[in-house]
Design a protein around this ligand. Sequence first.
Ligand SMILES: [Zn+2]
Length: 376
Amino acid sequence: MRAPGFVTRGQPAAIKAVRAMIVGQPPHALLLGGPASVGKTTLALDLAAGLLCLDPDPAARPCRACRSCRQIAGGNHPDLHRLAPEGPGGQVGIGQVRSLATELALLPVEGSRRIAIVESAHRLNEDAQNAMLKTLEEPPPGTTLILCVEEEDRMLPTVRSRCARLRLGPVGTRDIELILDERGLADPPTGARLARLASGRPGIAVALASAPEAVSIRSEIGRQLVDLLGARPAARLAAVRDLLARSAELARLIDLSLASPSADPPALEASPDERSPEAEVRAPAAERRRALAILLDVWRDLARDLALVSLGDARRLHDPRQLEEIQAASVGLREQAVALFLRRLDRAGEQLDANVSPELLADSLVLAWPRAEAAA
Ligand SMILES: [Zn+2]
């Protein structure tokens, strides 16, 4: 489903709440939570468009036709401010927050409102959050600050307590297919496949559609993991470095696509050769962690598919093309072992957040990956 004027698809409860904010009294600050690439920025932009829209009928906002709506579509509305992580560390710096606070304190240019969207606000460090607190405590009239966060508990309690909250869950496969179709990003069979691979996150489907190499790298990683089910520990440890390297490549392709404006079909801007030589020499910690995070995603999808196949439920597979391989692989596996591994993956995600070395985690996971007992 899609509400008129909204770019967001799915998310009926959140759309209803955002509509009420547009028609009624919007909060000064909104904490918009949900997994990465689920559509937080897209919904934030829908809310911004609705609040800045000039249509006389509040119920018709955002109309997508007035001057204000067109400026938002063009990314140049003077009263819409956007803040996103910068630099290799992917932090939102205190300097960025301070200049945003200064801008918000000025009178609006066009109408009576100023809106700010902070993407990945969970990456604001404590100093930056404290700098933002002043704006939250005494919000300039007519301002709405939208903080998009993956992990709400990374926000200071003092920040959280001053925000209205809204949380986005996974988007249905059908809605993701429609998003890809509307943007002309994939033919129906490809769209259906990508929508499944995206596990409820439209941004991932869009990124995969814009970077076909990413889809093939993802499949290769999956195939390699299937092969490792039959491998001995030494072979597993030897293979895991390559898995991390491929995952880093996959992460780079996906992130390049995600970095483009979310409301438009993303275009790749930089080719791999244009990266600075320093970036090649030492992979920054953030990049290595991101590579493992991506590997965990692929691994989790594959392990779930293995579990589904052993339960005899092949209809909901992430990647139906792998069905035969997965069926063959699941023969020698104990169901229990796959379930245990899935739990282990979740714990690895938490350990990664707690700064455990990505290489160490990858080693321990590849050793814990179930061993197929059967076959010659
Ligand atoms: Zn409008």
